[in-house]
Design a protein around this ligand. Structure first.
Ligand code: ZN
Length: 290
């Protein structure tokens, strides 16, 4: 029974048992402290964290370099793809419009034919009229149909001019599309080549990133990512170089430099917010990577 006694019950127990309970309590507190990182004796852990962050920085910088190698190509390819889609839409629209114009011209031609047939018919009728009034009425009809023909011819001329304009637009859009498709092919090949060359390397680097990220506590990792995003060169952790921040080159106060070298807490540059690491610790991690 005594071995299963809880801490609360132990308070009322024998002095020896009481002491044992206190030790257990202390140990469990210490363990908890180690887990959430609030214990005082964390020298090594801060150093390890800095090392992990520095290694992570090295790898993400290598991935950045690969991306730099690709340059604007991904964006250029995207732009060209968008343009090709746009040109295809324009071509479809022009083709449809030209088809409609052709249909209208065809209809007008048909109407002209009908008017001509009517005129022929009226002229024949005029030869057999019984009075002047009938003859005049037929003359008016012929005149009306002639005007209709003229109007249709005018419309055909207008539509033909419109069609010619559309044809020119269609042709230039076609030419442009051919050019852009060729550009796209060249750029895409170029990009594919670079991607293929660096794909394996990038994958390996990304795996290393994942592995390292699991070792870094989430809050520190998200701080690292936030700093990195805001830093122009993508560096979230930099070395102290000649008493200055290796990121923004502002001078670091002597006390901060001392703190940085002691690895007891994580120090950030007061100007740019980057995490600072001393050259010595950085060097250790350089050789570890090689
Ligand atoms: Zn700085």
């Amino acid at each position: 029974m005594a071995t299963k006694t809880t801490v609360t019950k132990a308070k009322a127990a024998q002095p020896a048992e009481k002491k044992a309970a206190q030790i257990i309590e202390k140990n469990s507190k210490k363990q908890a402290g180690n887990l959430d990182g609030t214990a005082d004796d964390k020298d090594l852990t801060v150093e390890e964290r800095l090392s992990a962050l520095y290694q992570l920085q090295k790898i993400v910088s290598q991935i950045d370099e690969i991306k730099t190698l690709r340059g604007d190509l991904p964006l250029e390819v995207q732009d060209l793809e968008d343009e090709v889609v746009g040109l295809n839409t324009r071509l479809t629209k022009f083709t449809h419009e030209i088809k409609e114009i052709n249909a209208t011209i065809g209809q007008k031609k048909h109407e002209i034919e009908e008017s001509r047939v009517k005129i022929e018919k009226y002229k024949t009728q005029q030869e057999n009229v019984r009075n002047n009034r009938e003859y005049d009425n037929l003359s008016k009809e012929i005149e009306y149909q002639s005007l209709e023909i003229e109007l249709s011819e005018k419309r055909i001329r207008e539509f033909t001019a419109e069609k010619e304009r559309r044809d020119v637009e269609l042709n230039s859009a076609n030419e442009l599309l051919k050019e852009r498709k060729l550009d796209l092919k060249v750029k895409k090949n170029e990009l594919d080549e670079i991607v293929t060359e660096t794909k394996h390397e990038e994958e390996q680097l990304r795996n290393k990133v994942k592995e390292l990220e699991t070792k870094i506590e989430p809050r520190l990792l998200s701080a690292f990512k936030r700093i990195r995003k805001n830093a122009r060169n993508g560096l979230a952790i930099v070395t102290v170089q000649r008493d200055a921040c290796g990121g923004c080159f502002n001078k670091i106060p002597a006390q901060s430099q001392l703190d940085i070298c002691q690895h007891k807490k994580i120090i950030v540059c007061e100007y740019c917010g980057r995490i600072l690491i001393d050259q010595e610790l950085a060097n250790e991690n350089e050789s570890e990577n090689e």
